[in-house]
Design a protein around this ligand. Structure first.
Ligand code: THU
Length: 144
């Protein structure tokens, strides 16, 4: 795995690619596997507001192609308003409910918990947690 600063920097770089003209709330996400391979994503909105894609799901889709969902070990999320005042920090962005279910899918595939580092837009305000802590008693399908 990478140094945590490297992972957060990757999420901050991804946030630069966010397409969020409607909410003006920019989010980036970086996903890594146990070997330190990285996949990144950013939120991607569209004119039909409810069809926008969150940064986490964008990054998970990239991870699926790069190294497989079942190899996701840790992810960092960085987010905040486009117009955040210079030099100010914000609140860490916690993954939305839908993204928690998507992250849990990766954890179910590997049989391991996934660490999630939630950050504000500066990457300095941080909350570190896990998907099992954020989504207890989660829905899973019975084995086929
Ligand atoms: N957003 C994310 O990308 N991830 C989250 O976990 C929370 C919300 C995005 C969706 C939308 O483009 C914008 O932030 C405002 O909700």
């Amino acid at each position: 795995m990478n140094n945590i600063e490297t992972l957060i920097k990757a999420a901050m770089d991804a946030r630069e690619q966010a397409h969020a003209p409607y909410s003006q709330f920019l989010v980036g996400c970086a996903v890594e596997n146990a070997d330190g391979a990285l996949a990144r994503g950013a939120n991607m909105e569209n004119a039909c507001y409810r069809l926008g894609v969150c940064a986490e799901q964008s990054a998970l889709a990239a991870a699926q192609i790069a190294f497989g969902l079942g190899n996701v070990a840790r992810l960092a999320i960085v987010g905040g308003p486009l117009q955040a005042a210079e030099g100010t920090r914000g609140e860490p962005v916690m993954p939305c409910g839908g993204c928690r279910q998507a992250i849990m899918e990766a954890a179910t595939l590997s049989g391991r918990d996934i660490t999630i580092v939630c950050c504000d837009h500066t990457g300095q305000e941080r909350v570190t947690t896990t998907i099992k802590a954020l989504l207890p008693s989660s829905f899973t399908l019975p084995p086929a």
